[in-house]
Design a protein around this ligand. Structure first.
Ligand code: 13P
Length: 262
């Protein structure tokens, strides 16, 4: 049997018998006023350490102590690599640190697509975030065209290489990758289980080849309370990054329950 196959079997056994609860991360994007956020937390209740929310900045500042009380980890959806200066509309690491954040979201496809966030800037951001003591969730993903033309492996590999290029090996401990196919975001139709399995096993293998180790790998793109169970059962899925369904406390709660049972 070839080495890749052996690796795959070992990984599947480990994933099946020694699995931690899956990570459940909510990206609220440009949704939730302070009042709506407080109401959401009230309905959600407390959690147990595997739950993470990325609210918009204004809401984040007010909700921070409320999330802490409920055992929710949190952070901003974006940040700058400089500590201060003439960067209108941006926020910096010292501002984020003051709020007690432990996570940072980086490279979401909406930021790459609508705001021209480049791999050049992301390389600097990721390094800055890690060296400032945060865990960084780096989003990667291919377009529909890249998926259909068979370019997805090249695209995903390129994003990992470029965005993590400034890190030392031990700094990878603080990185999580969220694979979000752009064509499955906000459409209500997630990637199929075959596509998720194929892509996640490719990414895990690529990371092992590149870094000699695995990094936690989340799936995002139309995850909801109905499909979380089967997506979460894929052996290479370590958690979810959720948009729409993370805005509804009942749906989000259901996904959290799933994350503890698969
Ligand atoms: P949806 O869950 O709404 O598809 O959004 C996914 C996403 O982009 C999370 O970052």
């Amino acid at each position: 049997m070839d080495r890749t196959k052996v690796d795959q079997i070992i990984h599947e056994v480990v994933a099946k018998y020694f699995r931690k609860p899956l990570i459940v991360a909510g990206n609220w994007k440009m949704n939730m006023t302070v009042r709506e956020g407080l109401d959401f937390l009230e309905k959600l209740g407390s959690t147990e350490g595997n739950v993470l929310i990325f609210p918009p900045y204004t809401t984040l500042a007010v909700l921070a102590p409320e999330m802490k009380k409920r055992g929710i980890l949190y952070g901003p959806q974006n940040f700058h690599y400089e500590d201060s200066g003439a960067f209108t509309g941006e926020i910096s690491i010292p501002m984020i640190r003051e709020l007690g954040c432990s996570f940072l979201l980086a490279g979401h496809s909406e930021r790459r697509g609508y705001y021209n966030e480049t791999d050049e800037a992301l390389g600097k951001k990721v390094a800055k975030g890690i060296r400032s003591g945060f865990q960084v969730m780096l989003c990667i993903g291919e377009s529909l065209e890249e998926r259909r033309s068979g370019q997805w492996q090249r695209k995903l590999t390129e994003q990992i290489v470029l965005d993590l290029r400034k890190l030392e090996k031990e700094e990878l401990d603080s990185i999580l990758i969220a694979y979000e196919p752009i064509w499955a975001i906000g459409t209500g139709v997630s990637a199929s289980l075959e596509e998720i399995n194929e892509t996640h096993s490719f990414l895990k293998m690529t990371m092992r080849e590149m870094f000699g180790r695995d990094l936690p790998l989340l799936y995002g793109g139309s995850v909801n309370e109905k499909n979380a169970q089967e997506i979460g059962s894929c052996p290479y899925v370590d958690g979810f990054l959720i948009g729409g369904a993370s805005l509804n406390p009942e749906k989000f709660r259901k996904i959290i329950e799933v994350s503890r049972g698969v």
